[in-house]
Design a protein around this ligand. Structure first.
Ligand SMILES: NC(=O)c1ccc[n+]([C@@H]2O[C@H](COP(=O)([O-])OP(=O)(O)OC[C@H]3O[C@@H](n4cnc5c(N)ncnc54)[C@H](OP(=O)(O)O)[C@@H]3O)[C@@H](O)[C@H]2O)c1
Length: 233
């Protein structure tokens, strides 16, 4: 039975991911900020603040076949009344990167080498179309740039995986706009189908998923070339 480690499991997309992974036959390990996972959808759980260094013994005895970096924060969300780039505080910028990039990178650095050594594994970063440069606007700089950086992390891992022999893939996944605490009740889509699509992508051959950026089951792509800010008339 393959083992999956998911971050941010007590609610939102992460809770649905755990259920979908278990339905697909995975043993599921969870980490998150909450003291408990808030249900029986994980096989084992550790409370973990991704802003802090990882404990040396975090699931040390486990062979993690699948790492899903799902936890994330959107602190500079204008829908919550946050202002634009010029209102962004250094603390919020730092905290966003601590969770969305540094925490993600720590988990990748912990578990990717073991996948490389074994010659098999999947690493997914739950990203956002907002991390694409072409979609940038004047707000949400912390969130957008943290997801852009996480996308770069995915590509770096994917290059390592491509150079190794074996069944290895790292990809980014945008769930679309979904109804969660982050997505708000106004979101048009439910999180369960997005979780199901991500789990289906884990079964795609590595050659067709490594180094790619998906939204649902479709390839979203990283960015376009060319000028991204229109000239003033
Ligand atoms: N919702 C959308 O429309 C949407 C769109 C595009 C991308 N995404 C991405 O999808 C992922 C899941 O988002 P969601 O909508 O499910 O958000 P959510 O409901 O707000 O849940 C966020 C999750 O992140 C975890 N988390 C936050 N700070 C943490 C920390 N310091 N340490 C450990 N865990 C922490 C939370 O852990 P606890 O459960 O323990 O509190 C929670 O499980 C995120 O990466 C987000 O950027 C969401």
């Amino acid at each position: 039975m393959p083992t999956a480690l998911v971050s941010g499991v007590s609610r939102g997309l992460g809770a649905h991911l755990c259920r979908a992974l278990r339905a697909a036959g995975h043993r599921v390990l969870g980490v998150g900020l909450s003291p408990s996972p808030g249900g029986d959808h994980v096989d084992d759980y550790r409370a973990l603040d991704l802003r802090e260094p990882l404990a040396d013994d975090l699931f040390a005895a486990e062979d993690v076949d699948v790492l899903v970096n799902n936890a994330g924060v959107y602190l500079d969300d204008p829908r919550g009344g946050y202002g634009d780039l010029f209102s962004l505080t250094p603390d919020d910028l730092r905290d966003t990167f601590e969770v969305n990039l540094f925490g993600t990178a720590r988990l990748v650095q912990r578990y990717a080498p073991r996948m490389l050594a074994r010659g098999s594994g999947r690493i997914v970063c739950v990203s956002s179309g907002m991390g694409r440069l072409q979609d940038a606007d004047g707000a949400s700089f912390a969130y957008r740039s943290s997801k852009l950086a996480a996308n770069s992390l995915v590509l770096s891992v994917a290059r390592h995986f491509a150079e190794a022999s074996g069944d290895l893939a790292a990809f980014a996944y945008c769930p679309g706009w979904i109804r969660t605490d982050m997505g708000t009740p106004d979101a048009p889509n439910e999180p369960a189908p997005a979780a199901g699509d991500l789990v289906r992508l884990l079964g795609v051959p590595a050659g067709r998923s490594n180094g790619r950026f998906f939204r649902g089951l479709d390839e979203l792509g990283w960015d376009t070339r060319g000028p991204m800010v229109a000239d003033a008339d």
